[in-house]
Design a protein around this ligand. Structure first.
Ligand SMILES: Nc1ncnc2c1ncn2[C@@H]1O[C@H](COP(=O)(O)OP(=O)(O)OP(=O)(O)O)[C@@H](O)[C@H]1O
Length: 237
């Protein structure tokens, strides 16, 4: 599959500390794959390793036929891996529209900026209404929507979302998850870090549970719902 992400025997971390240990997993093309696990056990680190922000110590990461581990972050984003990090990280003094346009910085994305912007506005209609508003005046949920919209503007092959619901009110989380469900229905390849296992179970095609930087369990979202002992052991749910 051209857009499948395959992680093989990956060891990665910071300085001498290895956070991920011999980790192997896949995120299939056209599917929503969720990473769950206790706080601090390596989910964000995995996204950083995939997007080239940290260099793996060993193992490899492939996108389709190409090995991307070892490439620089700019090259990896040009290959189509889009990383929407935790938090907002918008340009606070720019408008919504300017922030969205910043997502289309690669030449291939810039060429189709108009049509992709229309798609983003269809998916996130609130952003169309607020396109002239300065980012710092948006609500937390609206800012998160702009972050996702900006990621979509890159016209990537794989969209990685790191805890898109973090710190938001329940009703806003529902709105964000409706957007993610829409992306899933549209057949996008998505790798989602979600701290709430039950939310992941409902939305994901495939779920990987990370514990101490290793793979503790993999299965479908439906399978996870029936495995209460996993949730108790690893997540204290
Ligand atoms: N820049 C960094 N330098 C050194 N250690 C780091 C750095 N970033 C993260 N770590 C450490 O790596 C480990 C894994 O962190 P990571 O952010 O990947 O966890 P996580 O599973 O995404 O958790 P959370 O849901 O809390 O974000 C933690 O022990 C963390 O303290």
């Amino acid at each position: 599959m051209p857009d499948e992400l395959v992680i093989s025997h990956l060891t990665a971390g910071y300085g001498h500390q290895s956070v991920l240990q011999d980790l192997s997993l896949r995120a299939e093309a056209g599917r929503l794959t969720a990473l769950i696990g206790p706080n601090g056990h390596g989910k964000t680190t995995l996204l950083r390793a995939i997007s080239g922000l940290i260099r793996p110590k060993s193992g490899e990461i492939r996108l389709g036929a190409e090995r991307i581990s070892g490439l620089g972050a700019e090259t990896i984003v040009a290959r189509g891996i889009v990383h929407v990090p935790q938090g907002d990280l918008l340009f606070p003094d720019m408008t919504v529209l300017e922030n969205l346009r910043m997502g289309a910085f690669l030449p291939a994305a810039a060429r189709q900026e108009k049509s992709v912007l229309e798609e983003v506005f269809t998916l996130l209609p609130k952003l169309r209404d607020r396109q002239s508003q300065i980012a710092r005046t948006l609500s937390g949920g609206e800012r998160r929507m702009v972050g996702i919209g900006r990621g979509l503007m890159a016209s990537g092959r794989v969209l990685m979302l790191d805890e898109p619901s973090l710190g938001l009110a329940p009703i806003v989380i529902e709105q964000i998850y409706e957007v993610i469900a829409g992306l899933r229905r549209a057949g996008r390849s998505i790798l989602l870090v979600e701290e709430n296992a039950m939310r992941a179970a409902v939305i994901a095609d495939q779920v990987h549970l990370l514990d101490h930087g290793t793979l503790a369990w993999s299965g479908t979202g439906a399978e996870l719902s029936g495995r209460s002992e996993l949730l108790e052991t690893y997540l204290g749910v």
